[in-house]
Design a protein around this ligand. Sequence first.
Ligand code: HEM
Length: 454
Amino acid sequence: MGLQDISCDFLIRTVWSGLVGCALYTVYLCIYRLYFHPLSSVPGPKLAAVTRFYEAYYNVLWHDGQYLFKTERLHAIYGPIVRISPNEVSIKDPHFYDKIYYIGSGFEKDPAFYSGFGVNHSMFATRSNAQHSAMRASFNPFFSRRNILSLEYAVKETVGKLCGRIDKAVQDKNPFDILHGFKAVSIDVITGFAFDFSFNLLDREDVGKSFCEETEARLGSHWIAMYFPVIHIILPRLPLGLVKVLQPGIQALIDLKGTVGGALTSTVFGILSNPAIGERLHKELKEAFPDPNEELSFLKLETIPYLSAVIKEGTRKYPGLIARLPRLTPPGGISYGQYYIPEGVSISMSAYYMHKDEVVFPEPAKFNPERWIGPDARSLEKFLVPFSKGSRACLGINLAYCELFLIVGSIFRKYDLEIYDTSEADITPVRDYMIGYPMKESKGFRVLARDRAH
Ligand code: HEM
């Protein structure tokens, strides 16, 4: 036997040993995760308990952003707590939300989820709550209610530009792409605030549609980066064009445009689906602002109860950010019913499930602003969580409300709107890219606008 034969034999034995070792380790891992893991008694599909490929199958491998919806179906089978991956449980119980998401909570963001954004050390994705507080402290003053009120003029200017685009569509008797109009306002405002220039999407012929389609592709790729973190090593070596498609993190702030756009789409579509709602809203706006040329103000708009009700109902029905928000259990763990969830387990809840709870919000599929006006309205507030709750809740909440009130107030004071060639399916989120996106074939959301005579 020559030296070459010996080394070939050695190589084959080494490869075999490696394969056998991997197989044995996989078997051990499966048995451990199924029978000895601290979550082994939590109900859920066995495959999800054994491997994260189960989740990847629904989010990227076969389907596209579907695990949130699959998890909803799993809750229907297994109950309010489901083990959705080897180290993660999902909870669908509105009364549990404030046990995890509250100011001073010891639950930290789960890096296994947030690393997919490729910005591990950012305020948004950092695991450590202490590090987060330090970073957030420097942003808070800029996004405080007081500061947003002082910058209201900039939001008004941008909403004025949106109305200019609608006026043009009225003149030409053309339908207007209101979905991208909404997203454009949001991007133009935030880029104007954050940089010393605005992207001015409202000046573009397509109201920023092509820009938004590009960022949608980027957001979907968050899931790929989450299951295959090696992508963050490969990315810097790829041509720039490809990187732009794959890298989701760098534009995180801009990509948040989908949240305001989603809330507005949901609100305006809900209003227009029922003419009585639109008429009542217009009537109350007219009472508050009798002169059609009077400039609307955020502070005054906030005092119109029916306007607040439609906006709450819009953010309830389709919260822009629908994803589950996984947090790691702190030392001491936490119990849910008979189940003890020890330290270091990922536990997640979603506004999407909260807002569809039939007990808290009867007939959840119905756009019903009345639920925010009746005697029970106050008790419902704690279940409305589009911006999440606690120390890691949305930084932009004051800006978002300022935009929502000024836009909805302005367009329903000024125009008589009608849905154009758009069905509920065109706006219903069916893909979870953190932000909810409708079906790929969606025709968008267009309206026909007419000027109100008064
Ligand atoms: C209706 C509109 C919006 C909704 C529904 C929304 C929702 C949310 C939610 C649920 C979170 C928590 C995410 C998590 O726990 O991982 C969040 C975080 C955040 N949002 Fe918003 N958002 C909206 C608008 C905005 C706007 C206009 C801005 C612009 C400044 C913004 C900036 C942020 C930032 C920077 C964070 C991270 C905060 C932190 O980590 O401390 N959001 N948002």
